[in-house]
Design a protein around this ligand. Structure first.
Ligand code: HEC
Length: 119
C-alpha cells in the first residue's frame, strides 16, 4: 500500500513538470515575451494590424505589423534571429532558438485554426 502511495506521489511530481503544454507555453510567450507582447502589434490571431495612419508630404501612409500567418518557418526564424534594423518599429527581442521555434509553433497553430474557420 505504501509503495502504491509512493508511486502515486512520484507520478504527481512528474506530471507537474509538464503541467504547461507546449501550446500553452508558446501562447504565453506570444503574449508575454521578454518585452512588449507580439499580440499588441500582430494581433491575437497573428494576422497583423494597422498600427498608424498618417500623412507625409500630402500622401496617406500606413504602418502595418505584418500578417505572421503568411510567413514561412524559415522567414520567421530569420527575422527573429537577426539584429533589427534601427528604422524598424518592431522591437528587438533577443529570443533563444527554442523560444523562436515555440513562437512559430503557436503562429502555425493559429494558421491551422483559420483554415478550419474559412471552410
Ligand atoms: C511595436 C510593434 C511590434 C511588436 C510588439 C512586434 N512586432 Fe513583429 N513586426 C512589426 C512591424 C511593423 C513589422 C513589419 C516589418 C518591420 O517594420 O520591421 C513586423 C514584422 C514581423 C515579422 C516579419 C514578417 C514577414 O513576413 O516578413 C515577424 C516574423 C514578426 N514581426 C514577428 C514578431 C513576433 C514573434 C513578435 C513578438 C515576440 C513581434 N513580431 C512583435 C511590429 C511589431
Amino acid at each position: 500500500m505504501k509503495i502504491i502511495l509512493l508511486l502515486f506521489l512520484i507520478n504527481m511530481i512528474l506530471m507537474s513538470e509538464s503541467f504547461l503544454t507546449k501550446k500553452e507555453y508558446a501562447k504565453m510567450l506570444y503574449h508575454n515575451p521578454r518585452g512588449i507582447g507580439c499580440d499588441k502589434c500582430h494581433n491575437d490571431d497573428a494576422t497583423g494590424k494597422v498600427l498608424i495612419n498618417y500623412i507625409h508630404k500630402a500622401k496617406n501612409k500606413t504602418i502595418k505589423a505584418l500578417d505572421l500567418t503568411k510567413s514561412t518557418k524559415k522567414e520567421f526564424i530569420k527575422i527573429l534571429s537577426r539584429r533589427r534594423d534601427k528604422k524598424s518599429i518592431m522591437p528587438e527581442y533577443f529570443l533563444t532558438k527554442e523560444e523562436i521555434e515555440a513562437l512559430y509553433f503557436y503562429v502555425n497553430s493559429l494558421k491551422k485554426r483559420q483554415k478550419i474557420k474559412n471552410k
